[in-house]
Design a protein around this ligand. Structure first.
Ligand code: MN
Length: 227
């Protein structure tokens, strides 16, 4: 019998409202899915289809856990987002069947080293170190899909109670169904995949000691302190 030559990595998990835990396989993210945020980042939302990037599965920080301030940045920024938890895999999923592949929804924060992202954009380099660093993906408790309407709901992000981002899921350029279908053209989706679906405008910096809270009406919330 063969054995691992090093200790096997543990599977990251996220709590759900059912009491069971959701095992995380991969973390995908959508760029520029709200027109106002695309404009604040200097892009014309009408001319750009959505695009995808990734974070490691073990970048997930569960609700209430502390988030360590990352190394090699002086501009850590928040992006509050609806997170889709895939329960059934597939490729080339039709839009009208896409929501059948969703197990549930949560609120997440796509933490970003904005200074490194700006440098990567300028030099035409990948975003991995700007987006996919340790503890870059706080995710709240997952609510089963049957209890959620992913087409509308107030999105809000607060630092120490001060509102920094407000939006509505209805303002997404690409809906959850369209985004899941589009992503499944590029990869075969699998149970355990998470998909961050983009952020409204109002992104900005956070620092050590900040209490971060994201909420989406009808979905839930996520809370973390930067340490
Ligand atoms: Mn984002």
């Amino acid at each position: 019998m063969s054995e691992f030559v090093i200790p096997a990595p543990t599977v990251p998990t996220v709590p759900t409202t059912t009491g069971g835990r959701f095992p995380v396989r991969r973390v995908f993210c959508v760029g520029r899915n709200y027109a106002a945020h695309a404009r604040e980042m200097g892009h014309d939302p009408d001319r750009e289809p959505p695009f995808f990037f990734t974070k490691p599965a073990d970048a997930v920080v569960t609700d209430g856990a502390d988030t360590p301030y990352p190394s090699v940045t002086r501009q850590l920024e928040h992006e509050v987002e609806l997170v889709v938890a895939i329960g059934r895999g597939g490729s080339d999923i039709p839009v009208d069947a896409a929501l059948d592949h969703v197990w549930g929804y949560a609120v997440g924060i796509d933490l970003t080293r904005r200074d490194l992202q700006a440098e990567a954009k300028r030099l035409g380099r990948p975003w991995d170190t700007a987006k996919g660093f340790d503890a870059s993906a706080p995710v709240g408790t997952i609510t089963p899909a049957a209890d959620v309407d992913p087409t509308s709901g107030t999105v809000e992000f607060r630092v120490h109670g001060d509102v920094r981002q407000t939006g509505d899921l209805a303002d997404q350029i690409w809906s959850v169904a369209e985004t899941v279908a589009e992503l499944s053209r590029f990869v075969t989706l699998a149970p355990g995949d998470l998909l961050f679906t983009g952020t409204p405008d109002g992104v900005g910096v956070v620092d050590r000691g900040d209490l971060l809270e994201g909420t989406i009406g009808g979905v839930g919330s996520v809370r973390t302190v930067i340490v």
